[in-house]
Design a protein around this ligand. Structure first.
Ligand SMILES: N=CN[C@@H](CCC(=O)O)C(=O)O
Ligand SMILES: [Zn+2]
Length: 410
């Protein structure tokens, strides 16, 4: 069994976790100086500090040259499988067209649905592989990916099978979320309730029966799916044993975050327009707030009240929201910068928000998201002495070396 030693780590920084007691965190971090990590068979065998090296010899040694080492980043929210792009929407947005206006006129998500239905699985697979390569080069080692650009069974299954094939063939670990309730498809225009019926009667059972997704998600938004429709869909997903996620209170507050708390959703996404009742419901249920600052930036919206969420004890995660419409950037490092500048989170809270908290929100908290003996050896060596530098510098890729399951992948 191969042994890898990473030595001369200036600062090893990790959220506080423990395999037996893992769960979303508020931001407590552990920092070890002049540290070293011994990895065997893809797992962390030993962590030392103060210049002391693990006793056992290693086959391969990496000198971290005094740099920062953190857990591999966990990307908790993407729509990374999609046909075509939507660059044509920019001029409309610049002329003042709102995100929902474009969708109501058959563009937006529905434009990507048309292109995804036309795209073949191989094309989607190859395009998404490229995105995963880029994300891994930025320090991401585990990633969630949603369906939701099919809105019919065949194309939703096509998307989820692409995600499964990516998980089987790419070094990145992927977690799939079924999002058949992303929008009402054109063939059900004006018949949203009937489409929810179809999702509950046909698609959710099929997805569960074929093990195609671990979670289910819905776009609960004005003129997309109401809180009532979202509840019906999520209750059906819950009854079929899928974990619950909900795009909530992104543009209008229509009760999505309250629903998240009431149903015990594992996470609620966006939350730009969340109100006091939604905050209290999520705090009560310990539903993770999956915040998407690059979407706020790109749509020219406000930023979610992250500080208030942390003060209320709501676990906070930060993700890219990579998708062709509201956030055509997969750069989680940029989301880290925005977490610092716009959410005013501390570097420790931000590290927690891009590692253990999203890991818990996608069901991987016991395997990844912290650096501790026994966990999977997913780590990043950064071109930075500390987490402050990662939060402060933006526009450059500061990931120097990425280790995935003990293998150097970058
Ligand atoms: N808001 C809904 N869904 C995605 C955007 C999807 C799209 O515009 O293609 C989001 O999370 O931002
Ligand atoms: Zn999304």
């Amino acid at each position: 069994m191969s042994k890898l030693l990473i030595k001369n780590i200036g600062c090893l920084q990790t959220p506080v976790g423990s395999i037996s007691h893992w769960g979303p965190r508020q931001g407590e971090n552990r920092k070890l100086f002049q540290a070293a990590v011994l990895i065997e068979d893809g797992r962390i065998e030993a962590i030392t500090s103060d210049g002391v090296l693990p006793g056992e010899a290693a086959d391969t040694i990496i000198d971290a040259q005094g740099n920062l080492v953190t857990p591999g980043l966990v990307e908790g929210h993407t729509h990374l499988v999609f046909g075509g792009y939507r660059q044509g929407e920019i001029p409309l947005k610049l002329k003042g067209a709102g995100y929902l206006d474009i969708l109501k006129n058959g563009g937006g998500i529905l434009d990507t649905v048309r292109k995804t239905r036309q795209a073949d699985a191989e094309e989607l697979y190859q395009k998404s592989r490229g995105f995963l390569d880029e994300m891994m080069a930025l320090g991401v080692t585990t990633c969630e990916a949603k369906s939701g650009y099919g809105l019919d069974l065949d194309t939703e299954v096509k998307m989820l099978e692409v995600i499964r094939r990516l998980d089987e063939t790419h070094p990145m670990d992927l977690v799939a979320t079924f999002m058949g309730a992303h929008a009402v498809p054109p063939e059900y225009e004006g018949k949203g309730d009937e489409y929810i019926e179809l999702l509950c009667r046909e698609m959710i059972p099929y997805v569960k029966e074929h093990g195609l997704a671990q979670f289910s998600d819905v776009f609960c938004e004005d003129s997309v799916f109401s809180a009532e429709q979202s509840e019906k869909y999520l209750q059906c997903a819950k009854d079929h044993g899928l974990g619950l996620k909900i795009h909530a209170d992104e543009i209008e507050e229509i009760g999505g975050s309250q629903l998240a708390g009431r149903l015990g959703a594992v996470s609620a996404e966006h939350l730009i327009a969340i109100g006091e009742k939604g905050l209290n419901a999520m705090a009560e249920a310990k539903t993770t707030a999956m915040l998407l600052p690059a979407t706020s930036f790109y749509l020219g919206k406000d930023f979610a009240p992250a500080r208030t969420m942390i003060e209320k004890g709501i676990p906070v995660a930060i993700a890219s929201d990579f998708n062709p419409g509201s956030c055509p950037s997969l750069n989680l490092q940029f989301a880290i910068n925005l977490g610092y500048l716009k959410y005013k989170m501390t570097p420790e809270e931000i590290l927690t928000a891009v590692t253990i908290n999203p890991a818990c929100a996608i069901g991987r908290g016991s395997q990844v998201g912290t650096l501790e003996v026994g966990k999977q050896a997913d780590l990043v060596i950064w071109d930075a002495p500390d987490m402050e530098m990662l939060c402060y510098r933006f526009g450059s890729n500061l990931a120097l070396q990425v280790i995935k399951k003990g293998e150097l992948v970058l």
